[in-house]
Design a protein. Structure first.
Length: 261
């Protein structure tokens, strides 16, 4: 696995040009804490922020730096050895097997689908085991459920072994049990040194697993800090409206966010 990396956005502004909406990030960094969640209502800029951080969208103003060097000046293969990115949707051009999909994560290290390198095979095997898909390794993607496909793509991102992994809704299409299991996997990898940044809609999973949250609202940072500091009535009512109820787990004081009539 690569050493932990630090990603910094400085004076970033971005717009799509079709309306007045704009993402504005004066200063934001990732990579210091094991697991950081990006939360906020629909349309607040979460996925856009992640794509800019990954170098897939170029800001209108400002700079994105990976370990002190501008992303725009680095080759994609260099970036991929340090920085991983998994989008919400991962369409496959061919009906690959699960193992082949996971092996795609080794491309940055020179690996190919056949995995002739022992290091590639080891990374793929570990990722398959992490997501619980060893028994399905030879099954085509078309024969999987939506949740199983999502886990296969997460395994591909883990097999890449970056220092910093950006995930856009990693628990999308997963039931409650599988979603919690995936977050536990990410937390374990983070404990081993991987740094994870994940866009999340489930505020309760974010409260349970994230060390830090960045709350977006209308294209800007409304607040950032520990989940206990962010998941409060003061912050959430402004971002999501007041049809929420915030409770605390008696034993840990972890926030619980509920909808109310």
């Amino acid at each position: 696995m690569s050493l932990p990396a630090e990603l910094a956005l400085r004076a970033v502004r971005f717009g799509y040009g079709t309306d007045a909406w704009e993402l504005r990030i004066p200063a934001l960094s990732f990579g210091r804490e094991p697991l950081c969640g990006i939360v906020g209502p629909n349309g607040s800029g979460k996925s856009t922020l992640l794509k800019i951080a990954a170098g897939l969208l170029l800001p209108r103003e400002g700079v994105v730096e990976l370990d002190g060097c501008s992303l725009a000046r680095q080759r994609r293969i260099q970036i991929a050895r340090v920085l991983g990115f998994l989008p919400q949707e991962c369409p496959a051009l061919f009906d690959y097997t699960v193992e082949q999909v996971v092996a795609m994560g080794r491309h940055a290290h020179g690996g190919v689908l056949e995995m002739p390198n022992p290091g590639d095979r080891e990374a793929v095997a570990r990722a398959l085991a992490d997501v619980g898909l060893e028994a399905l390794r030879h099954r085509p993607l078309s024969h999987l459920s939506g949740g199983e496909r999502r886990r296969a793509w997460i395994a591909s991102a883990l097999a890449q072994e970056p220092g910093l992994l950006l995930l856009d809704e990693p628990t999308q299409s997963l039931d409650l049990h599988q979603a919690a299991a995936v977050m536990e996997i990410l937390a374990r990898r983070a404990a081993d040194g991987l740094r994870v940044v994940a866009v999340m809609h489930d505020l309760n999973l974010a409260a349970l697993f994230c060390d830090r949250l960045v709350l977006l609202q209308a294209g800007g940072i409304a607040a950032e800090g520990a989940p206990s500091e962010i998941l409060t009535e003061n912050h959430l009512f402004q971002a999501y409206g007041n049809r929420l109820e915030i409770l605390r787990r008696p034993e840990t004081k972890t926030p619980i966010v509920l909808a109310k009539k």
